[in-house]
Design a binder for this molecule. Sequence first.
Ligand code: PLP
Length: 389
Amino acid sequence: MTIKEVPTPAYVVDEGALEKNLQILKDVKEQAGCKILLAQKCFSMFAEYPLIGRYLDGATASGLYEARLGHEEMAGENHVFSPAYRPEEIEKIAAICDHVIFNSFNQLRRFGPLVKRIQEMRGVKHGIGLRINPECSTQDHAIYDPCAPGSRLGVTAEAFAKAVEETPELFDLLSGLHFHTLCEQDSQALAVTLDAVREKFGSWLVRDNICWLNMGGGHHITRDDYDRGLLIDLVKKARQEYAVEVYLEPGEAVALNAGYLVTEVLDIVENHGTHILLLDASAACHMPDVLEMPYRPPLKDAGEAGEKAYTYRLSSCTCLAGDIIGDYSFDRSIVSGDRLYFEDMAIYSMVKNNTFNGMALPAIWRMDKDGACTLVKKFGYEDFKGRLS
Ligand SMILES: *Cc1c(COP(=O)(O)O)cnc(C)c1O
């Protein structure tokens, strides 16, 4: 089957594009001498983990469930960072994670010694880290800025110094520091951030017990105009300056532009001169970042409103008035039954979707390098009912 024939709605992941990204990431890690992990919160299509595991060093998780998924499905290292762990899950996490990264000295004090004991029994060394907050905002999407005043994410330099002064033995538990401050950014933003990290945390990073530095995600490494040479230089410099192993954990960069959401036009209505397409895909259900981020997803063979001859508002068959994807134009008029292809739909899509309005979840397909599509999983009424009671 080709992408033109798959039943809609469907996510179709383009394995050729995915592998192209993975090759770029592999080249970067080899040249920079660092390790790169998949951030599963962005892309958890585990059918592709065997492929991803051939290029990257493992996976990172936001909590127990993702950590389990990484442990079960991905070869290589398994890392986790959560803003707060629950007491009933920390032992399970320690049993399957090579790096457990805490968000506060409170959590480190509460769980650090137990995690260390469990990891040591498994022969895992240097497995405990702490997230720092360099308080260096390099972009202006407030919802994606962990460095904003009042942020809960990461320990500030001031809090760090105070905690180490009061309880120096807690610092000794640490083998690494972690920061994650970027979102869809270039390596220039990393350069600025690393200057802030040096200024605020450099004296801790050179300590003997600190042997790794995790620079988080948000590095848009596989985007065409990303400055990979600068990234490689920055990583090399940090490795040398602090005598640490460096980790990067991109999500988006792994599966950037590597998937489609295929949808069909169910109806067309008109209101005050606006022609509105009702699709069997929904922004609210199937691409929530369109409303949350917000952004306008690229659409194959379409232009900005008014750019081509026929302009339509793309909307969905939910009852939410604001479930609007955007205004797009086409070279020809659109009729019911036409299929549209949203691009860049592998990332932050299937991991975030929902069945609001009882909407069907799109099936998940893989497309090989020759364009042949194979069904990976489809969903039905039971998936909707199964998470209700
Ligand atoms: C979201 C996140 C990532 C991945 O971010 P991308 O923007 O998808 O690259 C990595 N690490 C942490 C801690 C995150 O919260």
